[in-house]
Design a protein around this ligand. Sequence first.
Ligand code: 0A1
Ligand code: ZN
Length: 882
Amino acid sequence: MRTEEHGAIRLQDYRPPDWLIETVELDVSLHPTATTVRAKLKIKPSSSGTPAPLVLDGDELKLASLALDGKPLPAENFVATPDRLTIAQPPNRPFELEIETLVDPTGNTQLMGLYRAGATYCTQCEPEGFRRITYFIDRPNVMAVYTTRIEADRSEAAVLLSNGNLVAQGDVPGTSRHFAVWHDPFPKPSYLFALVGGNLAHVADSFTTHSGRKVALAIYVEPGKEDRCAYAMDSLKRAMRWDETAFGREYDLDIFMIVAVSAFNMGAMENKGLNVFNDKYVLASPTTATDGDYAGIEAVIAHEYFHNWTGDRITCRDWFQLCLKEGLTVFRDQEFTADQRSRAVERISDVRALRSFQFVEDAGPLAHPVRPELYHEINNFYTSTVYDKGAEVVRMIRTLLGPETFRKGMDLYFTRHDGQAATVEQFVQCFADVSHRDFFPQFMRWYSQAGTPDIKVAPHYDSRARSYRLDISQSIPPTPGQPNKEPTVIPLAFGLVGENGADLPLVLDGRPLARGVLELTQASQSFTFTGIAERPIPSLNRGFSAPVKLALPIEPGDLRFLAAHDSDPFNRWQAVQSLAMTLLKANVAAVRAGEPQREDEGLMQALGAILKDAKLEPAFIALTLSPPSDADIAREIGSDVDPDAVFTARRRLRGAIGVRHGATLADTYARMITSEPYRPDAQGAGRRSLKNACLDLLAMTEQDDAIARAFAQYGGADNMTDRMAALETLALHDRPERAAALDDFYRRYADDPLIIDKWLSLQAAIPEPATLDRVRALTKHPAFSDSNPNRIRALIGAFAQVNHTQFNRADGAGYDFVADFVLALDPKNPQVAARLMGAFRSWRALEAVRRARAEAVLRRVAALPTLSRDVHDIVARTLADS
Ligand code: 0A1
Ligand code: ZN
């Protein structure tokens, strides 16, 4: 238990540390249940003044011994509890503290600190895991140089790794044990420490940096998995090259290592020189991984690598600044993917995800600013808001300044703050300094105000004056703890599309509009463009230049025109989505009223035109064929949501598309098939995504031949992408083919947990009432394990977060099931339990019956006295009034 247990930690209470730790010498002797950790810390007062007590953080620690400057510290001079080590009167000068602790990696089910993933020893220290290894000032602005000696039985851990460079290794004479010593010359916060020990195989390669230094690269995996590392290694090398070109960032150590482990709470971790990965984001082969898996690997490998500069070289002053490294690094990995694959497709995919997760988070009780000002449990702030909205905020800075000035600001950030633990203010100041623009104080509101801004636009065309005026207002809805908001700086990329489909020149106040970006700064303001000879169609928020909700009265005919002609591909896609959203909202209401579904011939024609447009990328067409997600529709409806009606309306629309465009879809399906061998590149993936979108829409017609086509593809596929896509299609149809394919899938892949995760997820996501019983039964299946986060996410996570109709069953049984699972998991792994509990975040927007059931379950959970801080925090905020 920590003292903050019942209190909040606030940004305004920030104080620099009283003590600094300059060097850490760790000596870790690995043992399955009794690992000894000797830590020698060089500590000094951070300023000359009255000496403060030395308070070191701990978490479930056992102290074995303590010495100061080589002498055992008398018991009356310190207090050690599992969560704290206090020396009330330390010397007021630099001194050396030697701490010996005893930890149990096998018993560590939280997967924070030193734990075991299968037989492998590994660590996870971000954000507060290092204190589960030794007592420490466990905050990111205490930066030390680490030397780590690891010792283990050779039979148990032939490979011993830590951060930095290997400086010594050898046998421990007279024993079966051996050791390795690693030294990391870069001062770093404790959260970036890592060690790994195990019987691992590895794949080696090298990379020559821009300045000609040769860096050794290694990916460590369980023996037998070496042949699934090629794509991860290739992605790593491409990421290293890209960071040199796009940001001028070179790698700095002699070696860069990645270790894939089978049990990990998150995706991966950027420990300096030794990234630890969830094996899901490393292992891939054409027959085991889908195109989506490959894309995920490429993005996560790049993300963790990019952290070497944005996170490791420049870290965060405190955890309130988490978006400083995460938002910026997501922005960087999105740009990397855009350059490696297709910019338009990447942007659309990122915005779809933003709307389905971040907008939903921002509209509910868990809404928080990109930089929170208060937390009870920092683990609960690794959120879509911090990561994805954080990336959007960086993107807006680039949009406002243009790419050249943005790059200058980044260069300044890297030189000015290298080696430091920085703040968001310091980051933003770099852009203010290079641009001499004065909007940054107001722009900071993007970091401090939660909620998605609403933008209302009223256009007026004056044909006599040949002028076009836009009246634009902005407002941000209230969010928990923030009833009133101030206007912020919103870059709105913008074009006026003329009759021939080309953009008209934009002249504002007698000057051409720079880069076509309007800068909104006031609650309401007007912009008048001159020299507009014809009534144009406005194309607003091009490329989704700002993460806002836009309300613009626009005729369906104009949207169809934009869908066909907008020079901005994002807004071509958006025009179709807007048409579909309007129809879907009307049809959700119709389903509930028992009325027939409306049709929109204009939408159908727009889709038909896109489907036949040979100039468009297949991946773009596939994205356009997919209507807004259930989560997105529910969020747009906003209140009194019936998830069954949302699902029905969306499914019927997809069926209608299948019927209306059956011939073209079948033709496109056939055209997208190639005889070339599978390659996971963007082009191949794009063709497969279109092919499989067609397959799925055709099956929505419920025609026997369409189901047969899917079943044939399932059986005949030579790669996992096509097999899985066919299975996903079959899963939506209660036909004998579904059961046959699911059984076959299990038989084929029973030995491969990462593939069986797909099988679990797919069944958990089936939108039918029988699913809950199926999921319950699967929790007892030998393939499931409640001690592996990937299995939990695959089964329970998919049910709670993907299956909107069955999690939100009107009888409340879905809520009870997930809550009971969370309560059983909580004592073992509170972090993963709390994430599952996040599925309740939109309960207030539901219709009355479900809302009451969800609330009852939330209150039942909240009443339990033994909840972890993680789950308690989520439930308390989910239930709070405002
Ligand atoms: N910094 C990592 C995310 C991460 C956070 C916490 C973890 O502990 C369970 C693990 C990873 C990233 O952004 O990739
Ligand atoms: Zn990250």
